[in-house]
Design a protein around this ligand. Structure first.
Ligand SMILES: NC(=O)c1ccc[n+]([C@@H]2O[C@H](COP(=O)([O-])OP(=O)(O)OC[C@H]3O[C@@H](n4cnc5c(N)ncnc54)[C@H](OP(=O)(O)O)[C@@H]3O)[C@@H](O)[C@H]2O)c1
Length: 319
C-alpha cells in the first residue's frame, strides 16, 4: 500500500511517516521545502513537491497512491489566512482524492470540535469533516486534544532555562497524548474495516492541569519553576490586536483557543472501546510521566556531558 502523508515535517506527521515506514508501507511525503524534509528521505520516504497554498500542485501528487493521511495545518508564522490551507486546499484535496479513487482518507480534527464552532480554526475542522463525510470517500477522522510534544516548549524548556512559565488562572485539565500513539492508531486503522467512515476521539489516559504538569517537570528536572499568571482578558485583547495585521493573523487564530478555557469541557477518558476496535492495549499507550521522564533524563545527561566538556576545555586552555 502506498501512502501520501501531508504535514509530514510536522510534530504528528513525522511520527506517522516513521511508523508507516517501520511497518513496511511505501511512503510519499507531500512537502513544500525539500531541504527541511531531507530527514524524511533519509528515513526511506519519497519526497513529492506540493504546496497547499498552490492547489494546482495537489492532483499530480496522488498518482499511484492508495491512502492519504493528512496531518497538515497552517503554520503560525505563515503570512496567509488559515482558511486557505485548512479549508480551501483541503476541499480541493478531497475532490482530487475522489477522482483518483483513493481507498482511505485519514484526517485529524479537534476534540469536541462541534461545540467550539465559534473558534475559527475549529470551525474549519468541522467544515472539512463534513466535506469528507459527504464526499463518498472511505474516511477515518481522529479528534485530538493536545500533544505531549507541545509541552516541551510550553513547560519543560522554560523550567530548565529558568524562564517564566506562563499559565492562565482558568487552566483546564487536558488529556494530552503522545503523537507516537496517535500514529499507531492512524496506521492501524488502514487494516481495520470497522474504522472506515468513522470518527474517533483519541485522548491520553489522564487529564492534566497546568499546575500538575509544572509539578511533574519540577520533580523530574530538579528545578523550581518561575510561574507567571496571565489574565485571560489580556490574551483576548492580544487576539483582537493581532487580528489587525496580516503578519499576525495566525497568531490571532491560535489565541482564539483561549475561549475554550472559559467554557466547561468534559472529556470522555475511557478509551476502552477504541482500544478494542484497533486491537491496541491500554498498556501500549504512553503516559506523560514516562514521556517527560525520558525527556528530562536524556537532556540532563546531555547537559552534564556538555558541562564536563566545557570544564575540560577551560582546564586545557589554561596551559
Ligand atoms: N498540535 C496540537 O496540539 C493539535 C491538537 C489537535 C489537533 N491537531 C491537528 O493535528 C494535525 C497535526 O498537527 P501538528 O501540530 O503536528 O502540526 P504542525 O507541527 O504545525 O505541522 C504542520 C504541517 O503542515 C505543513 N504545512 C503547512 N502549510 C503547508 C503548505 N502550504 N503546504 C504544504 N504543507 C504545509 C507543515 O509543513 P512545513 O514544515 O513546510 O511548514 C507541517 O508539516 C493538524 O491537523 C492539527 O490541526 C493538533
Amino acid at each position: 500500500m502506498s501512502l501520501l502523508v501531508l504535514g509530514s515535517t510536522g510534530t504528528l506527521g513525522r511520527q506517522i511517516v516513521r511508523r508507516a515506514l517501520d511497518e513496511g508501507f511505501q511512503v510519499k511525503c507531500f512537502v513544500r521545502n525539500f531541504r527541511k524534509a531531507a530527514f524524511l528521505k533519509e528515513w526511506g520516504a519519497e519526497l513529492i513537491y506540493g504546496d497547499l497554498k498552490l492547489p494546482q500542485t495537489i492532483p499530480s501528487t496522488l498518482y499511484g497512491i492508495t491512502a492519504i493521511i493528512d496531518a497538515s495545518t497552517t503554520r503560525i508564522a505563515d503570512f496567509y489566512k488559515a482558511d486557505r490551507i485548512d479549508l480551501y486546499s483541503k476541499k480541493i484535496l478531497i475532490k482530487a482524492a475522489k477522482l483518483a479513487k483513493i481507498k482511505r482518507y485519514i484526517y485529524f480534527s479537534i476534540f469536541n470540535a462541534r461545540n467550539y464552532k465559534n473558534i475559527p480554526l475549529v470551525k474549519l475542522k468541522v467544515q472539512v469533516e463534513e466535506e469528507l463525510i459527504n464526499s463518498g470517500l472511505n474516511y477515518t477522522v481522529f479528534s485530538l486534544c493536545g500533544f505531549f510534544q507541545g509541552l516541551i516548549n510550553q513547560y519543560a524548556l522554560p523550567i530548565l532555562d529558568q524562564q517564566s512559565v506562563w499559565i492562565t488562572k482558568e487552566s483546564k485539565s487536558i488529556p494530552y497524548i503522545d503523537t507516537q500513539d496517535i500514529a499507531k492508531f492512524a496506521i492501524r486503522s488502514l487494516s481495520i474495516k470497522a474504522t472506515e467512515n468513522s470518527l474517533f476521539n483519541l485522548t491520553g489516559k489522564y487529564a492534566w492541569t497546568s499546575s500538575e504538569i509544572i509539578e511533574l517537570c519540577e520533580k523530574l528536572s530538579g528545578q523550581k519553576s518561575r510561574t507567571s499568571i496571565i489574565p485571560i482578558f489580556a490574551l483576548q485583547f492580544m487576539r483582537k490586536f493581532t487580528k489587525f495585521f496580516q503578519w499576525s493573523w495566525n497568531i490571532s487564530e491560535r489565541l482564539a483557543f483561549t475561549n475554550m478555557l472559559l467554557e466547561e469541557q468534559s472529556f470522555e477518558l475511557s478509551m476502552d472501546k477504541v482500544y478494542s476496535i484497533f486491537h491496541i492495549s491500554a498498556s501500549d499507550i504512553n503516559t506523560l510521566e514516562n514521556y517527560l521522564e525520558e525527556y528530562f533524563s536524556r537532556i540532563l545527561k546531555k547537559m552534564k556531558e556538555l558541562n564536563e566538556q566545557n570544564q575540560g576545555t577551560s582546564y586545557l586552555d589554561t596551559f
